[in-house]
Design a protein around this ligand. Structure first.
Ligand code: FAD
Ligand code: NAD
Length: 510
């Protein structure tokens, strides 16, 4: 039985509803799902009205196409006829019309930058802008490097390199004191070397075709307080290099993080284990040349080609267990990623994930998200409100807080599930609360059987006011909330009514 009210389409948990920034979604007509759109794009129908021709579009021409049945939008220098897509747009026609006949890049980026519009709208492509539009943010998709230098904010890093007979060391000077290994993302395959350094809300990229062959695995060291990053590569031959490599796209660029492209690396499926009747724990292994730490509270995007279209969906890395002395696996810990994923039998993406065999690969993006571990510093009371798979971001937050925040007095989880069979990691949670007296868990079921003696119902002010008791009058509190969109939205409203401030609440959304 699906948890989908017939009048509510798409389902509350569908990607078609989950928008970043909590924007409300409109109900779409029957037959207007993402899968229906993919089918239409494959039907061979002329969706641009240009019979397969691509044209150069002037600004004057673009402005003329500003009606629902004739609507062109420019995104990053490419113009799309989005009229056929109107009824399929999860945010509704009016939202799309806000960019009609104009450059919608900024609007698109604000709402759902991670959606792969190039693939989704490829049959709607009219052509390129003839004249570069005035907005400067990354509008030219190819060609000369678009380097957007930060006017305010951190200054751009620089790099240098040196060599011995067997090693090449690349040194990146970030000029930032608080750089950690979490800030360094390396992808090195064949002779293509990519290092992205995250500095506050900016991204610095080194992207080179190395002049000689090296082993793919590299070692990375961060000299904290100086902001120096050293990446050591092992030469395959003991020859002296005259230069480091040829620059590739966006090499040596420093751009706002939101403008940096999404990079995917192929990870191998190592194991897939049942957790409940419809959730599984997936273990993925990073390729040998990748160095990627996902900061606590952040998520990644998986990319799969479904029906010939690249589809992306967000997933939140977890630990493989809550116990094992609260430690993440030590052996090659930075090479494995664990995800707990609910399989929706009539969903678009998860059945494909479920069909993956051990050894198959999945494309995984670099981390995204706005949770900062500094929100946990000095914390005394941690309250976690999780519903269904909304439990996933809570796992690493809980482990980190219990192990690394000495000021912590209490960590409490209120976990909302439909039935007892749907509770994720129930016995581990109970065991953790037994082992660590600072931790308490309460299960609330929305569709319990008559044998259930515990709490029941949806999230409510009564449940919250009883649960959210500070250990001290003015203790430092953080409340994290995550689950289906209506759960999160209602929860936030209730928390405000209970006088918790914005800084005391972190909600996880797209
Ligand atoms: P969808 O196609 O989106 O469908 C979901 C439900 O809607 C199904 O029940 C399906 O039957 C129903 N539905 C779809 N289309 C129709 C239709 N036309 N008519 C009626 N019903 C329909 N999920 C996890 O499991 N683990 C995580 O760690 C995780 N992390 C996330 C992190 C973030 C930041 C966000 C925003 C979401 C996260 N999610 C996570 C949710 C995940 O991204 C997907 O939304 C989820 O896996 C469902 O994908 P799907 O394509 O299989 O299902
Ligand atoms: P589910 O359908 O099994 O429901 C779990 C519980 O959520 C229910 O028992 C109920 O208490 C509550 N709930 C459901 N619908 C509600 C409603 N309309 N109003 C109030 N409460 C409601 O949940 P699921 O299928 O596991 O879905 C989990 C959701 O969490 C998905 O939408 C997923 O996208 C989201 N999620 C988000 C993130 C993130 O943003 N970082 C991470 C993981 C999961």
């Amino acid at each position: 039985m699906l948890n989908v009210p017939s009048q509510s389409f798409p389902a509350p948990s569908s990607q078609q509803r989950v928008g970043s920034g909590g924007r409300s979604k409109v109900p779409l007509k029957q037959g207007r799902s993402l899968m229906d759109w993919i089918r239409l794009t494959k039907s061979g129908k002329d969706l641009t009205g240009l019979k397969g021709r691509l044209i150069e579009v002037t600004e004057e021409e673009l402005k003329k196409h500003n009606k629902k049945d004739d609507c062109w939008i420019c995104i990053r220098g490419f113009v799309y006829n989005v009229s056929p897509y109107m009824e399929y747009h999860p945010g509704g026609e009016d939202e799309l019309m806000r960019a009609a006949g104009s450059d919608g890049t900024d609007l698109f980026d604000q709402v759902h930058r991670w959606v792969n519009y190039e693939s989704m709208l490829k049959e709607c492509l009219v052509g390129r802008m003839a004249v570069k539009p005035t907005v400067s943010k990354g509008l030219l998709p190819k060609g000369p490097v678009t380097e957007i230098v930060a006017k305010e904010g951190p200054s751009s890093p620089s790099y240098d390199w040196f060599q011995t007979d067997s090693l090449v060391t690349i040194v990146i000077y970030t000029k930032q004191k608080d750089i950690t290994l979490d800030s360094v993302i390396i992808d090195h395959q064949d002779d293509c070397f990519r290092a992205e350094i995250i500095i506050e809300d900016y991204s610095y990229l080194m992207h080179l075709r190395l002049s000689h062959k090296t082993e793919e695995d590299s070692s990375v060291r961060v000299v904290e307080n100086v902001g120096k990053i050293e990446i050591v590569l092992e030469k395959k031959e003991n020859t002296s290099w005259k230069f480091l490599g040829h620059p590739l796209e966006n090499h040596n660029s420093f751009t706002p993080k939101k403008d940096a492209g999404m990079y995917y690396r192929k990870c191998q499926l190592i194991s897939k284990e049942d957790v409940t009747h419809n959730t599984k724990l997936f273990c993925l292994k990073l390729p040998p040349g990748s160095h990627l730490h996902i900061p606590i509270g952040q998520h990644v995007y998986f990319q799969q080609t479904i029906g010939g279209t690249e589809v992306v969906k967000p997933y939140t890395p977890m630990s493989n267990s809550l116990l094992s002395d609260f430690k993440e696996p030590t052996l090659h810990s930075n090479k494995f990623l664990f995800f707990l994923i609910k399989i929706y039998p009539s969903g678009l993406f998860t059945p494909e994930l479920d069909h993956l065999e051990i050894g198959d690969s999945v494309s995984v993006s670099s981390p995204k998200g706005n949770f900062k571990v500094s929100q946990l510093q000095g914390l005394e009371d941690l309250f976690l409100l999780a519903a269904g798979t909304g439990f996933t971001p809570m796992v690493r937050i809980l482990i980190y807080t219990l192990t690394s925040i000495p000021s912590l007095r209490k960590a409490k989880l209120m976990f909302f599930s439909k039935t007892e069979n749907d509770i994720i990691w129930r016995s581990q949670l109970e065991e953790l609360s037994y082992k660590d007296k600072r931790f308490e868990v309460e299960f609330v079921l929305s569709a319990p059987t008559s044998e259930w003696n515990g709490k029941q119902g949806y999230i409510s002010p009564a449940l919250l006011s009883e649960f959210l008791k500070r250990t001290l009058d003015k203790s430092k509190v953080l409340i994290c909330i995550c689950g289906p969109t209506p759960f999160t939205e209602q929860g936030i409203r209730m928390l405000h009514h209970l006088n918790f401030s914005k800084d005391e609440i972190h909600s996880f959304t797209g």
